[in-house]
Design a protein around this ligand. Structure first.
Ligand code: GRF
Length: 196
C-alpha cells in the first residue's frame, strides 16, 4: 500500500512530502507522482528524488472518464491507497472519487471557504485581508469544497506583496501538509461519516 501525489506545477509541496515521509519513515511511502502537465518542474523533482512518475495529458483521452480510468490503472499497479493533491490544477471526476472515497485530499492556499479556485494568494492580497492561510480538506466533486481537515492562519503584513505573502503561505503549507497526511494515513484523523 502506498501514496500517490498529483501535481501540475512546481512541486515544492510534493518535494516536502517526499522528504518528510522518508525522514519520519511513514508506514506508507509515496510511490508515485501523477502529473497532467508534461514538462512541469515537479517531474524534475520526482526524478531527483527517485519517485516514479506518470506524466500524461488529459488531451490524449476522449473525455475525463477515460483519462481517469487510465490513471486508475496506474494507481492500482502501484497499490495506491491515498491520493494527495499538491497543486493539481484539475477537478477530480467521479471515476476517481468513487474509487477513492474520502481517500483524496487537497491543500489550498487560503482559509476556505474564502478565496476558492485559482490565484487564491493574489485574491487575498488584492482584497486587502489581514489574515489568510492554508487549508487541507477532503476532496469532493466541487472546487475546493470538501470537508475541512486542518487550517492554519498566515498574517498579511502592511509591507507584504504577492511574492512575499506567497513565500509565507508556502512555508505554512510545507509545515502543515506532511503533518496532516501523516495523521490521515496513520488513522489519527478519520474521514467524515466513517467509523474507525
Ligand atoms: C500551493 O500553493 C497549493 O496550495 C496550491 O497549489 C500550490 C502548489 O505549489 N493548491 P507547489 O507546486 O507545491 O510549489
Amino acid at each position: 500500500m502506498s501514496i500517490a501525489v498529483f501535481a501540475s506545477g512546481s512541486g515544492s509541496n510534493f518535494q516536502t512530502l517526499v522528504e518528510e515521509s522518508r525522514r519520519q519513515q511513514w508506514p506508507l511511502p509515496i510511490r508515485l507522482l501523477v502529473c497532467d502537465k508534461p514538462g512541469a518542474k515537479v517531474l524534475e523533482r520526482a526524478e531527483q528524488l527517485g519517485v516514479p512518475a506518470v506524466s500524461v495529458s488529459p488531451k490524449e483521452f476522449v473525455d475525463k472518464a477515460a483519462f481517469e480510468a487510465f490513471l486508475l490503472s496506474e494507481l492500482s499497479k502501484h497499490q495506491i491507497e491515498w491520493i494527495v493533491l499538491a497543486g493539481y490544477m484539475r477537478l477530480i471526476g467521479s471515476t476517481l472519487l468513487e474509487a477513492y472515497p474520502w481517500r483524496i485530499v487537497n491543500i489550498h492556499p487560503s482559509l476556505l471557504p474564502a478565496f476558492p479556485g485559482k490565484n487564491a494568494i493574489e485574491q487575498a492580497v488584492e482584497y486587502g485581508v489581514k489574515v489568510s492561510g492554508v487549508t487541507v480538506h477532503f476532496v469532493d466533486a466541487g472546487m475546493d469544497t470538501g470537508p475541512i481537515i486542518a487550517q492554519v492562519p498566515v498574517q498579511l503584513d502592511e509591507q507584504d506583496n504577492v511574492e512575499s505573502f506567497a513565500a509565507k503561505i508556502h512555508q505554512a503549507e510545507h509545515r502543515l501538509y506532511p503533518e496532516v497526511v501523516y495523521r490521515l494515513i496513520t488513522g489519527a484523523v478519520t474521514a467524515p461519516g466513517r467509523i474507525g
